[in-house]
Design a protein around this ligand. Structure first.
Ligand code: NDP
Length: 246
């Protein structure tokens, strides 16, 4: 079988562990050159080793995504080196804190918004022109069921993911006449560090592995994908319909 992402340039954020690590590894195994972003150099190097063992290559970018200038320079560097970006996987995110809305500390609120919303916007802004230069640009932005369930104590995280989804839908509407396809993903509860932080009493063995979730995300990067501005639900393995506009 031929590699499904041969010679594609793929940018994956949050690639040092969890779902992002697995997406990066699997996309590289499909022939993509992965540009892997996170703060933890050790995690990126582990990924690099795994990708090399599979006979492929990656570019490691140790970067705090809340460094707006760094995100801008990342887009410029990709443009200079490859002249385009084929796939964006905006996966990095943080839980913030599970707390009653009225008890959230301002610093925690701002920090979580800065990563989940502002940095995601800044990244989109940085690479949107590069995705338009690809013959089949694909953007995959990680959301969460929390954006829709809005459960007690999940308000901060839910608000960041709802904001991101709204931004992605608008971006999709702006680009629907282009080859570019942009979608949100709800991975569902997954066996990662973030989930363990949210649910410390839960047995991780009862949850799907990040590798299995990543395998279902990968088709959203392929040139044959037609959907845009939709939410892909990993557990159901299908796009969910958004409500019609009011
Ligand atoms: P993890 O906490 O395991 O990994 C998060 C990744 O984001 C790490 O690679 C981390 O790298 C990176 N990251 C965090 N902060 C920054 C930063 N400031 N700059 C750059 N990179 C950063 O999370 P998951 O793999 O569980 O989650 C991945 C995505 O899926 C997230 O957007 C999450 O909200 C979403 N999601 C996860 C669910 C789950 O059950 N796991 C359920 C629903 C949604 P480093 O620390 O090295 O910077």
């Amino acid at each position: 079988m031929s590699a499904r992402l041969q010679d594609k340039i793929v940018l994956v954020t949050g690639a040092s562990r969890g779902i992002g690590y697995q997406i990066a590894k699997q996309m590289a195994a499909e022939g993509a050159h992965v540009v892997a972003v996170a703060r933890t150099v050790g995690g990126l190097e582990e990924l690099d080793d795994a990708i090399r063992r599979g006979g492929n290559s990656a570019t490691l970018v140790p970067l705090d995504l809340t460094d707006a200038g760094g995100v801008d320079r990342l887009g410029e560097a990709i443009h200079k080196r490859w002249g385009r970006l084929d796939v964006l996987v905006a996966n990095a995110g943080a839980l913030g804190v599970l707390s009653p809305i009225g008890h959230i500390e301002a610093k925690v609120f701002e920090k979580t918004m800065a990563l989940n919303v502002t940095a995601t916007w800044r990244l989109i802004r940085s690479v949107d022109p590069l995705l338009r230069l690809s013959p089949a640009g694909r953007a995959i932005v990680m959301s969460s069921g929390a954006a829709h369930s809005c459960r007690a104590f999940w308000g901060l995280y839910a608000a960041t993911k709802a904001a991101t989804e709204a931004m992605v839908r608008s971006w999709a509407a702006e680009t629907e006449n282009l080859p570019l396809r942009v979608n949100s993903v709800n991975p569902g509860a997954t066996r990662t560090a973030m989930r363990a932080l949210a649910m410390p009493g839960e047995d991780p063995d009862t949850l799907p592995k990040a590798a299995d979730v990543a395998a279902r995300i990968l088709p959203l990067a392929l040139p044959e994908l037609t959907e845009t501005g939709q939410l892909f639900d990993i557990r159901e393995n299908r796009f969910l319909a958004y409500r019609a506009p009011l």
